[in-house]
Design a protein around this ligand. Structure first.
Ligand SMILES: [Zn+2]
Length: 470
């Protein structure tokens, strides 16, 4: 008889790479050989074998939008197996086992509230679009958290999230769940990831001697000492890509071995329905799971990466200025037409998801009467809002140097945003953005952000793109 519960959560994610001016182009990346790119390589090593084994029907997981979008086109069978796993779970238990994720994997606590709101809203819309039912829970990018982020989740109808136990004060009842009190006085349910045991699998799964031995040696003794539920949460790529062949560890653990030592295998929304929180505790704000320096990894730079990280605050300042220019242009335009700007921006994501054409969107928003020129300008300013959101993807700031594909991708998204603003309003900020980018300098080769901007301007001229995808 199982008196304890085990949940394994996999965060499945790939950073966006490539050229946002030509997103349909097949990406070719060095180091992924014999595959064309890393998405193909990780699919073969992790996503496809886990899907084939049925692991997505046994674990809790979230599928980042970049990856979901790619799988839906390039690995259709695997994508459908993943989506159907959650749908079968939903049919059986009334809740799915997949969690949503904010739309662009951005570090939410570094955002203003309304940008948090749009990231969360768009992430929930994206989830429902793919999985066919609303999300109960949301996985925060890098588990970066502050109270305002949790408040926004709550206000958008999210019922729970996950944090590392190191981000919670006094989480000594295992996975919980725990209540966290919000600024509004409401409460959010938070599950606590067991850091020690999660990292044991994330970093040393090969040393455990297989799922059966791990269950007997590590899991079974916890029944005497550990609270009700153990939550292991790690990158999904642990099981197959970071550690080749270990999708079998995951399968044996969840299908047989955990149960044989008295742990019922469950997932988060299902567990929450049966075990609402009883204990309230506080979070450590401005923390994340992948950096112990607050949120400096994505803002001021920190010792997690080698070399001079001053390019990070310089690039972020350039983006923040650009975001303000794009917002001013958008607000001035919508004010002149007496439109409600931020609700309109949220709803616009339906166009990005392919649920509506631009004109269907305008009609649904009661804007069918707009003259053709105004309608085109408004759609361009909304598209600029999309790219200006996506430039902040956490990967832009995560690594050690400016001269890498990820910052280049961020700058290219920023460029798309200001070119759209320039086309719609004749406010041209490219030169001002270039000036700001001069302050961001690679510590590898002294290239500046301005030089990267010139590179991506060449992309823009080579491939004037259509809308791309969400
Ligand atoms: Zn750090």
């Amino acid at each position: 008889m199982s008196d304890h519960a085990l949940c394994v959560h996999g965060h499945f994610y790939q950073p966006p790479r490539g050229n946002p001016f030509n997103e349909d182009d097949e990406l070719v990346e060095a180091g992924a050989e014999p595959f064309a790119n890393f998405n193909e390589k990780v699919t073969a090593e992790c996503y496809a074998p886990n899907a084939a084994l049925g692991n997505f029907g046994l674990m809790s997981f979230n599928l980042g939008a970049t990856l979901a979008r790619w799988l839906a086109v390039h690995a259709v069978d695997t994508y459908q197996q993943i989506v159907q796993a959650d749908q079968a779970y939903f049919a059986r238990y009334g809740v799915g086992n997949s969690l949503a994720q904010p739309a662009h994997h951005t570090i939410l606590p570094l955002f203003r509230k309304r940008d948090k709101q749009v990231q969360v809203k768009w992430g929930l819309m994206s989830f429902e679009h793919r999985f066919g039912h609303p999300a109960e829970g949301m996985w925060l990018p890098e588990l970066a958290v502050d109270l305002e982020t949790l408040q926004v989740l709550h206000d958008c109808g999210v019922k729970f999230t996950v944090l590392s136990q190191g981000q919670l004060k006094g989480a000594d009842d295992g996975a919980g769940p725990y209540w966290v009190k919000l600024p509004s006085g409401d409460r959010m349910a938070v599950y606590s990831r067991d850091d020690w045991h999660s990292n044991q699998l994330a970093f040393n799964i090969k040393d455990q001697g297989g799922a059966g031995r791990w269950a007997r040696n590590t899991l079974a003794p916890l029944r005497k000492t550990f609270p009700r539920m153990l939550l292991l949460a790690t990158d999904g790529e642990t099981f197959g890509h970071h550690h080749m062949g270990e999708e079998h560890f995951l399968h044996w653990l969840l299908a047989y071995e955990a149960n044989s030592v008295g742990f019922e295998v469950t997932t988060l929304a299902r567990d929450l329905a049966e075990h609402p929180p009883t204990v309230e505790l506080e979070i450590l704000e401005h923390t994340a799971w992948s950096c112990w320096h607050g949120l400096n990894r994505w803002s001021n730079g920190c010792d997690c990466t080698v070399g001079d990280a001053r390019w990070k605050p310089a690039l972020r300042r350039a983006f923040d200025n650009l975001a303000n220019w794009a917002d001013e242009a958008y607000l001035d335009f919508t004010r002149a037409l007496a439109l409600e700007p931020w609700k309109l921006r949220e709803d616009y994501f339906r166009v990005r998801l392919g649920q509506q054409t631009g004109s269907e969107f305008l009609r649904a928003a009661g804007l069918a009467h707009l003259p053709a020129k105004s309608a085109a300008q408004l759609l361009d300013l909304l598209l600029a809002q999309f790219y200006r959101q996506r430039m902040y993807v956490s990967c832009t700031f995560y690594f050690e140097d400016l001269d890498r594909p990820e910052p280049r991708y961020g700058i290219a998204n920023a460029l798309r945003a200001i070119l759209l603003v320039a086309g719609a309003t004749e406010r041209d900020y490219v030169e001002a953005f270039r000036q700001d980018l001069k302050l961001a300098v690679s510590n590898k080769n002294a290239q500046t952000g301005a030089q990267l901007l010139d590179d991506v301007l060449a992309w823009a001229h080579a491939a004037p793109a259509a809308g791309g995808s969400a």
